[in-house]
Design a protein around this ligand. Structure first.
Ligand code: ADP
Length: 398
């Protein structure tokens, strides 16, 4: 029967089509339709089956690729493309089966589906074309990686130099400083009685300046050493904080401080790094106090799953919000030395440790009422050195 074209509007035909979708009684099997030689028929069948097998393998490979290579860009386009290839394969399988099983309705339906998915794939490819063009090829990645590796090498070399410079400079400065202090002390004890008050005052001022310089050098040394040790051991913070409080008993007594100490965790880290952090925050809490109020200091820890959050709160003089960032920079102080002694290195050291450990440090404060410092430290600390030692850049499953 000749086909009349606007077949779409023949509702009865459509219903009949779906009702008898797998009914094959209207046609002969393809072997009996026309004249096939064995060679011709089997050539057709084997070729169709080969195409079908290859078309089935491609989506399976794509699916395995998507599962293994986590985070690939545009996974939906990959899936759509896989479906398109699979349906193309199905049309070839049906074509081969038709030699025995003339399922022409089913074949038409599979072809329709293939057509729809092909159009969707084309639309997706056109739509994501620009995005795909923007994706870097592995060669471009390699080039960028190489560039970054060189930049990192250059940075770590100059960083090492700087660290060494800070270390050597501060270390070597200590010896002439010791000589100055020793001679000043010697001078005073030998000629002290012959000196008038003015001369004594000058010696006292020089000794005090030398003392300050020693503190500065020691703080700088501590700062330059931070992060130099990457072999971590368990550090019980309860014990570490108890040690710090014990070493500052006198300050605690003088400031009439009450210290509220929550249970603290044990971290795999470098003990000296952590001591720097907690010592600086605790001593600042004791130091920046209001004169008329007894110090109240609280040190707590909260388990946040992959990290620990520490909260160190005081009831001291507080900090204006515009200084929140500044105080973490080295040598930045908000007060004169005569009001509150210090070097301006403490919080910079805290930040350096926390940055290296992959955590965060920030604060909240009410001027005249108190300051709360927050810091997070990941439970599994992974510094750049750790990555360099253990992780492959091409890792697929991490
Ligand atoms: P230092 O205490 O030696 O001056 P820090 O780096 O520890 O250096 O602190 C930088 C500045 O931040 C301090 O000079 C002080 O003005 C301010 N600051 C730090 N901690 C507190 C605090 N708990 N309360 C008020 N101000 C603080």
């Amino acid at each position: 029967m000749a086909a009349s074209f606007p077949f779409l509007w023949h509702m009865d035909q459509i219903l009949d089509f779906f009702r008898r979708l797998t009914d094959t009684s209207d046609w002969p099997a393809r072997w009996f339709c026309g004249r096939w030689s064995d060679f011709h028929g089997w050539l057709y069948i084997v070729s169709d089956l080969t195409i079908w097998l290859a078309y089935m393998a491609i989506p399976l490979i794509l699916i395995r690729f998507i599962i293994l290579k986590k985070g690939i860009p545009l996974p939906s386009v990959f899936l759509l493309f896989g479906t398109f290839i699979m349906l193309c394969g199905a049309t070839h399988l049906l074509d081969a089966l038709m030699f025995w099983w003339p399922a022409y309705r089913l074949a038409a339906l599979v072809k329709l589906l293939t057509g729809v998915v092909s159009v969707a794939t084309v639309i997706a490819l056109v739509r994501y074309f620009n995005e795909a063009i923007g994706l870097r090829t592995s060669r471009e990645f390699e080039r960028e990686l190489l560039f970054r590796q060189q930049a990192v090498q250059e940075l770590s070399r100059s960083n090492q130099e700087l660290q060494q410079f800070a270390y050597v400079a501060s270390h070597d400065l200590q010896s002439p400083l010791k000589t100055i202090v020793n001679y000043l002390t010697l001078f005073e004890s030998k000629y002290g009685e012959q000196l008038d008050t003015d001369a004594r005052r000058m010696i006292d001022t020089s000794t005090a300046a030398a003392d300050r310089m020693r503190t500065l050098i020691n703080d700088l040394l501590d700062f330059s050493r931070v992060g130099s040790v990457v072999e971590y051991k368990p550090v019980d913070l309860n014990e570490l904080v108890a040690e710090i409080l014990n070493e500052h008993q006198e300050d605690i007594r003088l400031s009439d401080a009450t210290i509220e100490l929550g249970p603290l965790p044990t971290l795999m880290a470098h003990r000296t790094d952590l001591k720097q952090v907690f010592q600086n925050l605790i001593t600042n809490g004791l130091k920046y106090r209001r004169t008329d109020v007894a110090v109240r200091l609280s040190i707590q820890a909260v388990d946040e799953g992959s990290a620990h959050r520490f909260v160190i709160a005081d009831n001291g003089i507080g900090i204006e919000p515009q200084h929140y960032d500044r105080i973490f920079q080295i040598f930045q102080r908000l007060h004169g030395r005569s009001t509150y002694p210090g070097t301006g290195i403490g919080l910079a050291t805290c930040k350096k440790v926390i940055d290296i450990y992959g955590g965060k440090i920030w604060l909240d404060s009410m001027p005249g009422a108190g300051t709360t410092f927050y810091l997070t430290i990941p439970k599994k600390i992974k510094t750049v050195q750790h990555y360099a030692q253990t992780d492959s850049l091409h890792s697929v499953s991490r």
